[in-house]
Design a protein around this ligand. Structure first.
Ligand code: ADP
Length: 567
């Protein structure tokens, strides 16, 4: 790929967004850039591929993610970190398989073959390449098929089966030429050169290496040029023309350094070592050997550093996942426990209040008999006690009724539907039937549509209005209902001109059976507001009161615009 193309891609990159279709395109551009740079600047290859992986993961773009990992594999491979390379490439293979991307699978297999070769596993490598070549042929991907054939050639070449190697190399070259694939022709010629050299046919070898040099100079691919220079250097060594050998090997060394490829550098030093040995310049040969060792130890420590860093990341990730899992489990357990306990409690309330009804009915029945058969015989005090007894029974009956209705309310699931809030207020007023001396004001036009449980919110309005009228000593009792938009919720206000509530009771009044007055003063059991609060909380809202003694109270509550149920 030319420098212009790389620049063009880099410009394109700045124009693309991280989201949607543009995001996918960006992954492709990042991958293309990473791949385009591997023969000239490995660090940038790594950076672009890493970015591609990150973005692809975020966008769940499997194909792009696999391609990124494949390129990172190439990066490690060229760095000489073969285990890392194999691991990343395997990952890309897995992702490609998951995504059903056959072409991607074949590419990963092909790269795995290359890496397995470097790991000294030619049999595995051969298997990988064969599989890849079959897939490519089936898919009609001639270019990639040609590359895998070349790779099979490389394996045979390494096993010194030069005839076999040449067969594959030449088949590969032919396919590349057929589709006029200039970018890999240099490599193909170098490989052919290598096999001819192995066979001892130096002239043929030189011919192919020089072709490789020519082509790589026109494509600007440093890796291709370095390989060709190395090949020519080694040929001159064989031909005992050492000065020429040094020239070419120095050129190769220079390129390897430009590419920051230690792997290539080591390889060139090995050729130099071979040459100085042949030349019997043992001092320089020893220096080359030292270089090889020092580079190898650098690679080794880089690889182990990378491994330690990776292990650290894996450890951290696993730890976080475990913690999250424990937290999740705890929460689930807690929620289940609370739900179970609540259900048990509700059951207990239900059973107990029903059980209590039986003796209460007996008391009520006997007091009835008492009234019918003995009331006349009671003196004044007796009649008074009888009166108190009857009131206590009635109150007990009401308490049990209310307890049961609280219980029934919490057992009943919220059923959401959309309704104008004014309709619910009207319904509440129908049930309540407010006394003549009172006025309940609201403007249906200004009240919002609600997404709520209609019957439960009707109850809310019922209790708030009835309290506003009940705890009110004025001759003209007034209630005003308004609403305002508070962003994600509607905020209602039910305002009365009643007796007011002291600030210290603002919380208490919402608790079950909590009342602020003597029994005789106002009727009630103290469950109304606690039911109101339950319903509001169940809908995901909040309720509070603002009040001034002697002036009146405002009960405010919110209801989310979108359904939101909490239990
Ligand atoms: P109940 O009406 O059955 O007594 P609630 O739970 O509805 O029970 O109310 C609890 C207590 O809060 C009432 O007993 C009363 O003291 C006080 N309260 C409720 N609403 C008002 C109001 N609008 N103005 C003054 N006090 C109120």
């Amino acid at each position: 790929m030319t420098n212009e193309r790389i620049k063009e891609l880099e410009v394109k990159l700045t124009e693309l967004d991280d989201k949607g279709k543009q995001g996918l395109k960006k992954v492709d551009v990042l991958n293309e850039l990473a791949f385009a740079l591997y023969s000239t600047d490995l660090d940038r290859t790594r950076d672009y591929a890493t970015k591609a992986i990150e973005l692809a993961e975020r966008l769940e773009y499997k194909k792009g993610e696999a391609r990124g990992y494949r390129t990172i594999g190439v990066y490690f491979w060229l760095k000489g970190a073969f285990h890392e390379a194999l691991e990343k490439t395997l990952k890309s293979l897995k992702i490609s398989e998951e995504a059903g991307d056959e072409d991607g699978c074949a590419s990963s297999l092909n790269n795995m073959g290359l890496i397995n070769m470097n790991l000294g596993k030619p049999d595995l490598a051969l298997e990988d390449h064969r599989k890849a070549s079959e897939i490519f042929e089936r898919l009609g991907n001639t270019e990639s098929q040609a590359k895998t054939l070349t790779n099979i050639g490389i394996i045979y070449d390494a096993q010194e089966a030069y005839e076999e190697a040449l067969k594959y190399f030449l088949r590969g070259l032919k396919l590349h030429e057929e589709i006029d694939n200039k970018t890999v022709l240099a490599g193909s010629h170098s490989y052919i050169g290598s096999s001819y050299r192995g066979k001892g046919d130096y002239n043929k070898a030189l011919e192919h290496y020089l072709m490789a040099v020519d082509i790589s100079e026109s494509t600007g691919k440093k890796l291709d040029a370095a390989i060709a220079y190395k090949g020519i250097g080694s040929l001159y060594t064989k031909l005992q023309q050492y000065d020429q050998a040094v020239d070419y090997l120095e050129k190769a060394l220079d390129l390897a350094r430009q590419m920051k490829s230690k792997h290539q550098e080591i390889s060139v030093y090995r050729y130099l070592l071979e040459m100085y040995e042949a030349r019997q310049d043992y001092k320089t040969a020893l220096e080359c050997l030292k270089k090889v060792h020092s580079l190898e130890s650098q690679i080794f420590s880089e690889e182990s550093d990378a491994k330690i860093a990776r292990l650290q990341v894996m450890y951290e990730t696993e730890k976080k996942e475990k913690e999250a899992e424990i937290y999740r489990l705890k929460n689930v357990e807690l929620e289940e426990m609370v739900a179970r306990r609540t259900a048990e409690l509700e059951e207990l309330i239900y059973v107990t209040s029903h059980d209590l009804r039986t003796p209460l009915r007996a008391i009520s029945g006997f007091s009835q008999f008492l009234y019918e058969d003995y009331f006349d015989r009671f003196d004044k005090e007796g009649k008074n006690y009888y009166d108190l007894l009857l009131k206590a029974v009635t109150r007990m009956e009401r308490l049990l009724d209310d307890l049961l209705s609280v219980n029934a309310l919490s057992r009943k699931k919220v059923k959401f539907s959309t309704v104008p809030s004014s309709k619910l207020i009207k319904r509440a007023l129908e049930i309540l039937n407010p006394p003549k001396d009172s006025e309940v004001k609201f403007d249906p036009e200004e009240l919002p549509l609600l997404h709520c449980d209609q019957s439960k919110i009707t109850d809310v309005f019922y209790h708030l209005i009835s309290n506003g009228l009940k705890f009110n000593k004025r001759t003209h009792k007034r209630i005003k209902i308004t609403a305002r938009d508070s962003g994600k919720s509607h905020e209602f206000a039910v305002e009365d001109n009643g007796i007011g509530i002291e600030e210290r009771h603002y919380e208490r009044i919402f608790q079950t059976f909590q009342r602020l007055h003597q029994l005789g003063d106002y009727e009630g059991t103290g469950v109304g507001l606690s039911m109101v609060k339950r319903v509001i909380v169940e809908h995901g809202g909040k309720i509070w009161v603002e009040s001034r003694i002697g002036k009146g109270s405002v009960f405010r509550f919110t209801l989310p615009k979108k359904s939101h149920q909490r239990r």
